[in-house]
Design a binder for this molecule. Structure first.
Ligand SMILES: [Zn+2]
Length: 132
């Protein structure tokens, strides 16, 4: 159900933007979904296609994943979420609550738990294309 609520919010935001920009119709919308966000892209895409109407009746939605990137504050090492070898329980916990990452993840190089996490969170509209 989460994806449907999200799709409704996206449709509303795009409709408002189209209104503001004076678009007659919206042809393409690019979305980014954080890797750590628990969003099923197929369900989201389906929900968006089911819910589109009016200026969005023929809109194509392009959904991309925003990768979670880590940077160690101690040694400067950078790594990606997929580089982490953790048990699936931990991976699930991290997907569900990105904030718990600090409790489980250590820098693979120096072992420090002090790191920055960028990307991988949230859902946002990166671009809207339409006809004026
Ligand atoms: Zn480090």
């Amino acid at each position: 159900m989460h994806e449907w609520a999200l799709a409704e919010a996206i449709i509303l935001a795009v409709s408002q933007a189209a209104e503001r920009e004076g678009l007659r119709e919206v042809s393409e919308v690019h979305l980014k979904v954080g890797e750590l966000q628990q969003v099923d892209r197929e369900i989201l895409d389906f929900a968006l296609r089911e819910l589109r109407s009016g200026k969005l009746a023929n809109t194509k939605f392009v959904i991309r994943v925003s990768k979670a990137a880590f940077k160690c504050r101690v040694c400067g090492h950078r790594w990606l979420f997929r580089d982490i070898r953790a048990s699936s329980d931990i991976m699930e916990a991290i997907h569900f609550i990105p904030e718990v990452a600090h409790a489980y993840i250590r820098c693979p190089k120096c072992g420090s738990p002090d790191f920055d996490l960028s990307g991988g969170r949230g859902v946002w509209i990166s671009s809207i294309r339409g006809v004026k």
